[in-house]
Structure formats: structure tokens, C-alpha cells
Design a protein around this ligand. Sequence first.
Ligand code: UDP
Length: 151
Amino acid sequence: MAGERTFLCIKPDAVQRGYVGEIISRFEKRGYKLVAMKFMKASDELLKKHYAEHVGKGFFEKLLKYMSSGPVVPMVWEGKDVIAQSRKMLGATNPLKSEPGTIRGDFSIDMGRNICHGSDSTQSAEREINLWFSEKERVEWKSMAESWIYE
Ligand code: UDP
């Protein structure tokens, strides 16, 4: 389904290290369509909702500190199989297990500094998009490149 959507979030380490453009560029060049994006500091309240499944785990406090330590770039991207494909493009959660060529495999080493988030399922994509973006913030537009990307 070409209309599938996912939630990606460029994390504070990537912003600090100047990888915002590079990360956006990879999804843009692949052919995926940007639907929403903002530049913001995430509140603890938002992060606790976003990472609800990890609340109480050993790494949670460090994760919260990391994700609230500076600005992030939350985004919604659209295209065929974008949820699974963007997870592949990101690489494994642990960058040491990520293949070279993936975003984490190319730009990171430690799990707690792994550069970019991507939804891992249809359900989490829907939940995360709704958590980070209002309906109004999602831009409906037709890409003129569409017929050059999809046969
Ligand atoms: N994380 C960590 N230590 C761990 C597990 C996870 O620091 O042992 C961090 C890491 O930044 C990861 C995030 O918590 O991206 C969320 O973990 P999840 O298992 O959901 O991985 P993801 O979906 O981000 O690949």
C-alpha cells in the first residue's frame, strides 16, 4: 500500500552531530514522501507516553534523559512498505549489530546513542503518529515524482 505511514524521530545525538539533513535525505532519495515534520524539545510527559512499553525497565531513566537532552526532529513518512523498510534502513537497535550502510550502522556505536527512532509495526506507527502530530499538522500533498517511483 503506497499510502502506508510511519513515524520517525531524529534523536538529540543526531541533531547535535549534524546528521539531520543526511537522515532526511536517505528517506527522500529512496522515494518516500514526507508528510509531517517539526523541530522541538520533547517533554518527559510525551516521552513517557512514547516509550510506555519501557517504563520501569533498567535503561528507562537513561533513555528519558537522552531523549530530553536536546531538540529532536519527529517526522511522518509515507510510501509502500515504509514501516518495515525504514526499520531496515535504520538497522538494529544495537548499532554494533547494525550492518554498514544502515543509518545506525554508519553513524553510531552505542545503543543509548542510536541516532534515530522508527515505528516497528502498523499499530505503533498509528499510535506514535497520533501522539506526536495533530491531524492538522499532517500535510496532504501529491508528489509529482510518484509515477517515477511506483510502476
Ligand atoms: N535502549 C537502550 N538500552 C537498551 C534497550 C533500548 O538504551 O537495552 C534505548 C535505545 O535508544 C532504543 C530505545 O531505547 O532505540 C527504545 O528501545 P526499543 O527496544 O523500542 O528499540 P527501537 O525500536 O528503538 O529499535
